[in-house]
Design a protein around this ligand. Sequence first.
Ligand code: SF4
Length: 161
Amino acid sequence: MLRPNRKDRLHAFDIKNNFLTVLLLTAVFFAGFIISLNLKIPGAVSYILCWGISYLILFMGTCRNCVYYGRKCPIPLEGSCVSYFFKKGENQFGYISLLWATIAYIFRVCIPVYIIFTEQMITFGAFYFFMLAMFWIVHLCFTGCPNCVNYQCPLNPEQEN
Ligand code: SF4
């Protein structure tokens, strides 16, 4: 598996470490919200609910087992908020944790993606997918994983390629 090279070892992230990630995830959230308004109020409410559920899935399946539990991690509102909802787990972080994270992100994008394809929203849809791709590229290759101290994670630079 291709992993980024190590840049730093950050035991907590602040806004100067992950500003671009925060900006891109915020853009993804609001772009998705605007797209969901195509289904009027039910679309917007379902979208917000899906984001809420996605955080619970992430907290339960991923963040409670991460070394950033209770600390600011590369992604906003995750490691810093999990302790309000779940007790710390066993620190067993692996592919299953990434699977839960993937499920959480499917919740976040399912409504906008459904609307983009059914309504054939080419321009705004392209913008949405571009922002989503940029978010993951920046997180995985530049601001998040290269600085992360969750050495058990399969995407961490510390893992053998
Ligand atoms: S290596 Fe990357 S994906 Fe894994 S916990 Fe760290 S920041 Fe998250």
